[in-house]
Design a protein around this ligand. Structure first.
Ligand SMILES: [Mg+2]
Length: 218
């Protein structure tokens, strides 16, 4: 029997954690330009905590939604402020979206991206153009929905998601922040990529790499 979906998701979170840790200094530098220079550290701590909690689970007897529920609580416990509640709500929404899923179908994977974005939007009350992580997550979701609508294969869907997220993150360079600490800088935030958008790309790339590895659901 192939690896179950909960195990695949756990592996996905492991991969996100490694990728974020590798870019920790870069993310904090980006945050230093427009904020308090802690984004890399907080994100690394958050995903490290998620891995710690997932390692305690009997994944063979768990559903994909359970993994996201545990991830939400672990992330929030480790990262109280700013991004903590955003990704906690995002992962809770993903858990709800996967309620009936035992496998991780392409539709289920698209639903994860959609649900994460919906959760961040709901919690942060933000939108596109605010120079936040949503400038990566919203285009990523649009790409996922578009790929599902034309019944694209799994790799094609994820490549589209990643291209859209990267373009979105790059577009934050020419935006003036209106939310969060960076908003105090006003025009001075111009020219810098938003650190939350940058980490969103790292997360999505790790998700793609983990989820298309065994493209059995295609
Ligand atoms: Mg910060």
């Amino acid at each position: 029997m192939s690896e179950n979906a909960a195990r695949r998701l756990s592996r996905m979170f492991h991969r996100i954690s490694i990728a974020i840790a590798a870019e920790k200094d870069h993310l904090s530098d980006l945050d230093g330009a427009i904020g308090d220079a802690d984004h890399g550290i907080t994100m690394a701590l958050g995903f490290q905590a998620v891995n710690g909690e997932l390692a305690k689970l009997d994944l063979d007897h768990m559903l994909p939604s359970d993994v996201f529920t545990v991830a939400a609580t672990a992330f929030l416990d480790a990262v109280g402020a700013s991004t903590g509640p955003l990704y906690a709500t995002a992962f809770r929404r993903a858990a709800q979206a996967l309620k009936q899923e035992e496998s991780l179908s392409p539709a289920g994977q698209a639903a994860i991206v959609e649900a994460i974005t919906a959760g961040i939007k709901e919690r942060g009350k933000g939108q596109r153009g605010d120079k936040t992580m949503l400038d990566a997550w919203i285009p990523a979701t649009e790409a996922a929905v578009g790929a599902r609508a034309r019944a694209a294969g799994l790799s094609e869907m994820w490549d589209g998601i990643l291209d859209a997220a990267e373009a979105g993150a790059n577009s934050t360079r020419s935006m003036v922040a209106t939310r969060g600490r960076a908003a105090r800088l006003g025009e001075r935030s111009l020219g810098h990529m938003d650190p939350g958008a940058a980490s969103a790309v790292i997360i999505l790339r790790a998700m793609r790499d983990a989820l298309i590895e065994h493209g059995v659901d295609e």
